[in-house]
Design a protein around this ligand. Structure first.
Ligand code: HEC
Length: 201
């Protein structure tokens, strides 16, 4: 009993001593606190606190890595994309609009494949008038960019892993993170690319 109490006190003293030695890096301090207090629950695994190589590089270079490093990171992200098993990029745009509007996903009690929260950052279909502006407007996406297979592939890739084109993009990596299913990403690609979608009318 006594020994363990002492051990706790000693650990506390060591922490105080390290605080007294000067200002701590607030990020590593915050990380230490999260590692101490956060627990894995459902799909919200404690591994989320670990940065991958790309996140670490973006942090290191203030989201602006030298071009050759950015290109290398983007190529690695692109190479890891799992393309639709049925070879089709376009699903059902109406289902895509629902996924785009749904702002829920990746919570501990979700199972993956809920919402894309696309409107948090983008204008998309003109009838949906509430949207954020962190990302560019996607209104008339295919009308302006073209309906061809290359743009379809680009739109799917961007949704699957936005960092395959822009290493330190603020857009989440929906397929890479398992936040959306293949079908949901095909439906979202249709929302942007289908000539019948309100996005292109
Ligand atoms: C947190 C904000 C955020 C969310 C959420 C988000 N995006 Fe983005 N998106 C961006 C930003 C910023 C860019 C522009 C920079 C870049 O290319 O990464 C972008 C770019 C894009 C592009 C490329 C546009 C172009 O002109 O080439 C597409 C397509 C896209 N987003 C689709 C989506 C879809 C579909 C969703 C929902 C599944 C979504 N985004 C969710 C921030 C976001």
């Amino acid at each position: 009993m006594k020994i363990s109490n002492f051990a706790v006190l000693a650990a506390g003293a060591a922490l105080l001593a390290s605080c007294a030695t000067g200002p701590q890096d607030p990020r590593s301090e915050a990380l230490r606190m999260m590692q101490r207090d956060f627990k894995t629950q459902g799909i919200a695994s404690i591994d989320r606190l670990k940065q991958d190589e790309l996140q670490a590089a973006c942090d290191k270079y203030g989201d602006n890595p030298p071009k050759e490093i950015a290109t290398k990171l983007q190529n690695a992200q692109y190479a890891a994309i799992k393309w639709p098993a049925d070879g089709k990029f376009l699903g059902d745009w109406k289902a895509g609009e629902k996924v785009a509007q749904n702002g829920r996903g990746m919570a501990w009690n979700d199972k993956g494949g809920v919402g894309g929260s696309c409107y948090n950052c983008h204008q998309i279909a003109p009838a949906t008038t509430s949207f954020g502006t962190i990302g560019p407007s996607l209104k008339q996406f295919a009308k302006l960019r073209g309906y061809g297979p290359d743009i379809q592939r680009y739109a799917y890739a961007k949704i699957y892993n936005s960092k395959s084109y822009s290493a330190c993009s603020q857009m989440p990596r929906f397929g890479h993170a398992g936040a959306l299913t293949q079908k949901q990403m095909q439906d979202l690609t249709a929302l942007l690319m289908d000539p019948a979608s309100p996005v292109n009318r």
